[in-house]
Design a protein around this ligand. Structure first.
Ligand code: AMO
Length: 434
């Protein structure tokens, strides 16, 4: 908008035009204050009734909360105002009125349940603490991209409509594709591997993944954002180094550039960047640590998946981000490579925050015969995946990579109770719109 000044930039001694939402109006009789809010914060607009044009005063004070207004006037110092300045209107215009009854109170004085907030996301994101989450999300994704590029990665985008699933058949969303059955992709897994096998070698993608999850939990979405990485000539140790670098860079960026947002979330004091040296425990060591606490009713044995409860106990024990490596081959997917000297153990790894798992990855099976055998062992028909397996006959280098849930990274970083807080328009079992 021509000549518009943001609330935070209006300086005393100038004439400015500001535009934004009516946050609140405080009418004290002879004098009234309208607090205008925009992306940068709040500014006070002063109405001195006796000294101002009646019509202007009326338009200003009759504006309902959350109406969009534009104000032009002199900016003067006022230490009691939110930004230390106030504006006295010479012109006042309502650009878009708001109904007097709001489904949600953006000033936060009246609490709303999450479903009401998600139904009215526009109003919800007007709250500074919600706005802050999405500004931090943007900063995190920016840092992730930049760090991948520093690591020599090339950003790719891969199809979301696919013919076959990769991460377990029950979690697929079927769709109709010109009369043929197709699916929403659960992971860019096979595509990123195929391109790691090209001259591009090291790739990353930030994009949607779709999972028809059984669970409606605070950690699961049906559409999530996956941060994926894959590199030729990397082993699983190097892939873990890259995951550590990405997580640390995300925290560093937030600590450096998002102080206001952390304040809005009440996290400014306690926010800390983790050491980029996350402990790496083997799966067996993880079982032993959990069993030693005696906190579970059962004793975990080799082959058991770590339940949410077991993950939680281990998280409390370790107290920070940690890798779990050397998983039993049978609990990891067909594309993960097993150790040469012991095929019951895989190079698969997870990276967890004490609250939840963030990453799965591993070194990939790049040997054609072993790959095809892996499909069969997992009950998958290798013929359906020929577009993928064929390429392994034409020089597929050793390679490794991982996938990280962007929302889980944010939920753990910002101590959000529910992963949906980190998604503008979440998709879950109940929610298909907005
Ligand atoms: P996995 O299925 O473990 O591995 O997913 C990787 C990471 O993605 C996130 N994630 C989810 N987040 C929210 N809601 C969901 N429903 C959801 N599902 C997954 C988690 C999880 O750790 N192809 C492999 C990765 C690889 O090996 O490169 C994969 O998809 O943070």
């Amino acid at each position: 908008m021509d000549g518009r000044t943001y609330a935070a930039d209006a300086t005393a001694g100038t004439e400015a035009t500001v535009a934004g939402w009516v946050h609140e109006i405080r009418d004290l009789g002879g004098i009234a204050f309208l607090i205008l809010r925009d992306a940068t914060g709040k500014i006070q607009v002063k109405f001195e009734k006796d000294e101002m044009d009646d019509e202007l005063v009326e338009t200003g004070l009759d504006a309902h909360r959350e109406s969009v207004v534009r104000v032009t006037g002199a900016v003067e110092e006022e230490p009691r105002a939110p930004t230390g300045v106030e504006i006295t209107p010479e012109e006042f215009e309502v650009l878009a009125g708001a109904d007097p009854e709001l489904p949600l109170d953006p000033s936060g004085k009246v609490d709303a349940e999450l479903p009401t907030r998600l139904d009215n996301r526009t109003l919800d994101v007007r709250k500074p603490e919600v706005q802050a989450i999405f500004e931090i999300r943007s900063a995190v994704l920016g840092a992730v991209r930049e760090t991948f590029r520093d690591l020599g990665g090339t950003e790719i985008t891969t199809p979301k409509i696919v013919a076959t699933g990769t991460e377990g058949g029950t979690e697929l969303f079927p769709i109709s594709y010109f009369g043929r059955e197709a699916f929403m992709n659960q992971s860019p897994q096979l595509f990123k591997q195929l391109i790691a096998g090209s001259n591009v070698e090291r790739v990353f993608e930030i994009g949607p993944i779709f999972r028809a999850e059984e669970h409606n939990t605070p950690r699961h979405l049906n559409e999530a954002t996956s941060i994926d990485f894959e590199s030729a000539f990397y082993d699983h140790h190097e892939a873990m180094d890259a995951a550590e670098a990405i997580v640390t860079a995300a925290y560093e960026t937030v600590a450096e550039n998002c102080t206001e947002q952390l304040e809005a979330l009440g996290l400014a004091e306690e926010f800390t960047v983790p050491d980029d040296d996350f402990p790496r425990l083997t799966y067996q060591e993880a079982l032993d640590r959990v069993n030693a606490t005696g906190e579970l009713d059962e004793t975990l044995e080799w082959g058991d998946d770590l339940s949410t409860e077991a993950e939680h106990v281990l998280g409390q024990e370790i107290g920070g981000h940690h890798f779990i490596t050397d998983w039993p081959s049978e609990v990891k997917p067909f594309y993960i490579m097993d150790y040469e000297d012991d095929e019951t153990v895989s190079t698969g790894f997870d990276l967890s925050h004490p609250r939840m798992e963030l990453v799965s990855g591993g070194q990939r099976e790049h040997r054609y015969d072993e790959l095809v055998a892996g499909f069969e062992q997992q009950g998958l028909d290798p013929e359906e995946f020929e577009y993928y397996t064929e390429m392994f006959r034409f020089g597929m280098p050793p390679h490794a990579g991982w996938g990280m849930g962007a929302e889980r990274l944010l939920a753990t970083m910002l101590e959000l109770d529910n992963i949906r807080e980190a998604v503008l328009f979440p998709r879950d079992r109940q929610r298909l719109s907005p």
